[in-house]
Design a protein around this ligand. Structure first.
Ligand code: CTP
Length: 403
């Protein structure tokens, strides 16, 4: 993915360097264009070193016509290569220039020449942000289909508190990724479960498992980026909610079941990535249990199988389950698909190093109700999520065609 990063003249320009790093980490190639003012805040060399690419700066007047032409041709070529233009920080001045089509420096000229998606991350003083002129400009820019990310509220460099702070680089990067995704889940509600469940023993202890929630959260971020309304029913995890996702926080398997059933009607795709406890403690002790010298036993009752319950009443909804296994992965995934009436089960081995529970990467095998299986090579959980949705949409088409 090619990204053109436009850097405006604001104190937040230094955060654009972090954005460049985040974009690179997410597999993007980043070319930087800085306004003359931006170079007063941060050196072009920083971006050149981070991105490994020459940085275009400033006014036409500071460069020879040949240089400008060469780099503009280069950037127009990039624009035609399915690139995104992201401007961070987008100052009040840049927003005004873009709105009115002024082209008196390289970045504003590039904006006019650019035909791909545009993401703007404004940052400025609160009064400038709230000014009717800025608000009117934003209306125009939004009406062109540009994505506006932030600003966040908080302490500003000018000493005031309020909206105006540049959005977090992770959020801006997510908007950039989303801008290049096909919007093939628009109009759909995707219901996703993620993370472990926690089954209380007494007020201070519980039974849980090693699920980090990363795979389910990656599925949620991917579905949202592709235009879906996403409801994410999450067990207790240490992750930030993905951009634009409706969160429902639960603890136990039974709470997760109730939350899933409450949102089932609206859903067209259900993804059960959660590692649900199979048992809960039959009687939760009202007070902290005290130790004794004797062996103790816990009475456990089976939890509801949420996937099977959804499978029994899914209608034409697409149902995707997960099977985290330590052996016989494909056979187990097939068995779970059949017994729980899922359309697809994502099988993975959780006893390999670097993938599965807690890891940032995964390697999975998809088994499908059509009898097909498909292996997804080791990749980031987000990339695996992208491929799972690609395959799930193909599967749905073939299931509908065969009806
Ligand atoms: N699942 C569920 N409710 C449960 C248990 C599991 O919805 N009470 C779902 C999981 O979210 C996952 C799939 O079922 O999508 C498979 O979960 P897994 O724990 O691998 O399967 P189990 O049926 O519990 O089988 P086993 O423990 O024997 O491997």
């Amino acid at each position: 993915m090619n990204v053109v990063l436009g850097v405006g003249a604001g104190i937040a320009a230094y955060k654009a360097a972090e954005l460049a790093r985040v974009l690179m980490r997410r597999g993007c190639t980043v070319s930087t264009v800085m306004t003359a003012g931006a170079t007063e805040f941060i050196q072009p060399l920083t971006f050149a070193a981070l991105t490994g690419k020459k940085v275009i700066t400033g006014l036409f007047g500071t460069r020879s016509a040949e240089e400008v032409l060469a780099s503009s041709v280069e950037h127009i070529a990039v624009a035609q290569e399915n690139a995104v233009l992201v401007v961070a920080p987008a100052t009040a001045d840049l927003l005004a220039k873009f709105t009115h089509g002024l082209a008196d420096d390289f970045l504003s000229t590039l904006y006019l020449a650019f035909t791909g998606p545009v993401v703007l991350a404004p940052a400025m003083n609160t009064n400038m942000w709230n000014h009717p002129a800025t608000l009117a400009n934003l209306d125009v820019l939004r009406s062109r289909g540009h994505k506006i990310v932030g600003p966040d509220s908080g302490d500003l460099a000018c000493g005031t508190v309020g909206p105006g702070r540049l959005a977090e680089p992770e959020w801006i990067a997510e908007a950039v990724i989303a801008a290049l995704r096909p919007q093939d889940l628009t109009g759909e509600t995707v219901l996703i479960t993620a993370g472990p469940t926690r089954e209380a023993i007494d007020p201070v202890r519980y039974i849980t498992n090693r699920s980090s929630g990363k795979m389910g959260y990656a599925m949620a971020a991917e579905a949202a980026a592709r235009g879906a309304r996403v409801v994410l029913v999450s067990g207790p995890v240490h992750l930030t909610a993905p951009l634009g996702v409706e969160m429902v926080a639960v603890q136990s398997a039974r709470e997760m079941r109730d939350a899933v059933m409450a949102h089932l009607d609206a859903a067209s795709i259900i993804v059960k990535a959660a590692a649900v406890a199979d048992y809960y403690v039959a009687e939760i002790a009202p007070q902290k249990l005290k130790k004794t010298a004797a062996r103790v036993a816990l009475d456990l009752d089976p939890t509801p199988d949420i996937l099977a319950e959804v499978g029994a009443k899914k209608g034409d909804r697409l149902l995707i389950g997960f099977a985290a296994e330590t052996q016989n992965m494909v056979a187990e995934a097939k068995r779970k698909m059949a017994t729980k009436n899922a359309d697809m089960v994502v099988g993975n081995l959780v006893n390999q190093s670097g993938t599965g529970f807690e890891a940032d990467e995964n390697e999975v095998t998809l088994v499908m109700s059509t009898g097909e299986t498909r292996h997804i090579e080791r990749a980031s959980k987000r990339e695996v999520a992208r491929q799972i949705f690609d395959q799930a949409l193909r599967l749905r088409l073939s299931l509908h065609a065969s009806q």
